[in-house]
Write a protein that binds this ligand. Structure first.
Ligand code: FAD
Ligand code: NAI
Length: 462
């Protein structure tokens, strides 16, 4: 019987990154994956395919809206949907094969099949029972269901079906104005669908800084997305070609129906632990179905760890990766650590939206004394040159110490710019530290520096 130091269950970003670190630290490692390909939700039906479609549809938008102004004349491209899906699938393939290569390179045994845990120290795949000192559960998440809404992945779809539609719908209703709804909603809006987003709350993207929420919704509305806010979806009715979405407006309980060719259900995801046998093992779970772990990512059963979407915290690939690294280090006797206060979030629409740390709302709740430095991309030469003057950088800093507490960016390359602030926060930097750092001209990052300057004596180009 093979004898491992660590067996990891699930080859998503949490699992495969953890496996690599385990191997680097000299642990004999295996990874078990039930899907045909490695990479988990993120590479197969999440981050990567959605970004490919966001990129392709953004290119179309640029051709239709901005090429003429730059003197690039000629016929606008038309959409070959089959080819666009082939490009998306090719992108997935390149990435999942890349993970396979990394497993081989690091001498990690890849075991294909669905794993169960008969007892601590054992992982079963099919008829084979493997012995191991440690187990890391990285089994990820799946779309949450909505009462009254039956998903068929053709007319009423989750994100998985929305990445593989037979054709571009004329009308799409998106249930939920969260990250998935807005990213995939923007893809189809740019490809010509009439997109209506039905959201339970009164603001989009729950948990984000309220000022950003408002600006973001305005920008998306300008791009053609329609929003029905404060609306609780009651049920859907679908036939082979269309679906009706029934919803109630929370302000007056009035009932409404909206019809669509495709309904995207994007109302959150839930941990996936089916078939692992956690009940029998007595592993403690939260009321939301997450595996409970301690500061070392170990469950209440010694030698069984859990990371990523299956535990508490934001359901993000990079959060899963960081936990994967840290759990591997803990198992190897090192001091793996994740700074949960500095995990960036990015929405890859156009413009992108990115955030890290506190929002004005959380700071008010905590009664903190803070200041705001804000700078609009309209004052950034590079952004204006590429039709990206919409949006702003907002830095929140402690009023007394000047220490950076959070940042919110809506604008070009926001998802990359945010990391400058993340690094600053890791080092406990002040807004002045950022403001005193020379930034190359002309770059979008100058807007970050200007926002930092605005926390002190003032931005220059405002
Ligand atoms: P997963 O990636 O879900 O991987 C878990 C793996 O475990 C799966 O492959 C599953 O088959 C396998 N598994 C489960 N049970 C077993 C078992 N018993 N035996 C064997 N294998 C098993 N996050 C971002 O940070 N950026 C993004 O841009 C982004 N975009 C997204 C877009 C969409 C449409 C979706 C749905 C999600 C997106 N996410 C994004 C979220 C991201 O995909 C997840 O946070 C991330 O994949 C979580 O990683 P994980 O390793 O915890 O789990
Ligand atoms: P989400 O939690 O981001 O948003 C769900 C939205 O649905 C919320 O606004 C909620 O109020 C709304 N809602 C819930 N019930 C409703 C109802 N009955 N009627 C109308 N609206 C309702 O969840 P989403 O978008 O499904 O994404 C799941 C996870 O995937 C997120 O946690 C996110 O972290 C991750 N993800 C990350 C991405 C990124 O980092 N760029 C991209 C896509 C997904």
């Amino acid at each position: 019987m093979a004898n491992y130091d660590v067996i990891i269950i699930g080859a998503g970003p949490g699992g495969y990154v953890s496996a690599i670190r385990c191997a680097q630290l000299g642990l004999k490692t295996a990874i078990v994956e039930g899907r045909d390909t490695l990479g988990g939700t993120c590479l197969n039906v999440g981050c990567i395919p959605s970004k490919a479609l966001l990129h392709a549809s953004h290119m179309l938008h640029e051709a239709e809206h901005n090429f003429g102004a730059m003197g690039l004349k000629g016929k606008s491209p038309s959409v070959d949907w089959k080819q666009m899906l082939a490009y998306k699938n090719d992108t997935i393939g390149q990435n999942t094969k890349g993970v396979e290569f990394l497993m081989k390179k690091n001498k990690i045994d890849v075991i294909k099949g669905w794993a169960t845990i008969p007892a601590a120290g054992q992982v079963q795949v099919g008829d084979d029972v493997l012995a191991t000192k440690n187990i890391i559960i990285a089994s990820g998440s799946e779309p949450a269901s909505l009462p009254g809404v039956e998903v068929d992945e053709k007319i009423v779809v989750t994100s998985t079906g929305a990445l593989e539609l037979g054709k571009i719908p004329k009308k799409m209703v998106v249930i939920g104005a969260g990250v998935i709804g807005l990213e995939l909603g923007s893809v189809y809006a740019r490809l010509g669908s009439e997109v209506t987003v039905v959201e339970f709350l009164d603001a989009i993207t729950p948990g984000m800084d309220a000022e950003v929420q408002r600006s973001f919704q305005k920008l998306l509305t300008k791009q053609g997305l329609k929003f029905i806010m404060g609306a609780a979806v009651q049920k859907t009715e679908a036939n082979k070609t269309k679906a009706k979405v029934h919803y109630k407006l929370r302000k007056d309980d009035s009932e409404h129906v909206i019809e669509a060719d495709t309904v995207l259900v994007a109302t959150g995801r839930k941990p996936f632990t089916n078939g692992l046998g956690l009940d029998t093992l007595g592993i403690e779970m939260s009321p939301r179905g997450q595996i409970k772990v301690g500061a070392d990512w170990q469950t209440n059963v010694a030698g069984i760890y859990a990371i990523g979407d299956v535990i508490d915290g934001p359901m993000l690939a990079h959060k899963a990766e960081d936990e994967g690294l840290a759990a591997a280090e803990q198992i190897a006797g090192k001091h793996g650590h994740v700074n949960y206060g500095v995990i960036p979030g990015v929405i890859y629409t156009h413009p992108e939206v990115a955030n890290v740390g506190e929002t004005e709302e959380t700071l008010k709740e905590q009664g903190r004394n803070y200041k705001v430095g804000k700078f609009s991309f309209m004052g950034n030469g590079r952004a204006k040159a590429v039709f990206a003057g919409e949006g702003f950088v907002k830095i929140l800093a402690d009023k007394d110490t000047d220490r950076i507490l959070g940042a919110h960016i809506i604008g070009p390359a926001a998802g990359d710019l945010i990391h400058e602030v993340c690094v600053a926060m890791e080092f406990g930097a002040s807004a002045e530290d950022l403001a005193m750092t020379c930034h190359a001209h002309p770059t979008y990052s100058e807007a970050v520096r200007e926002a930092a300057l605005a926390c002190g004596d003032g931005a220059i180009h405002a």
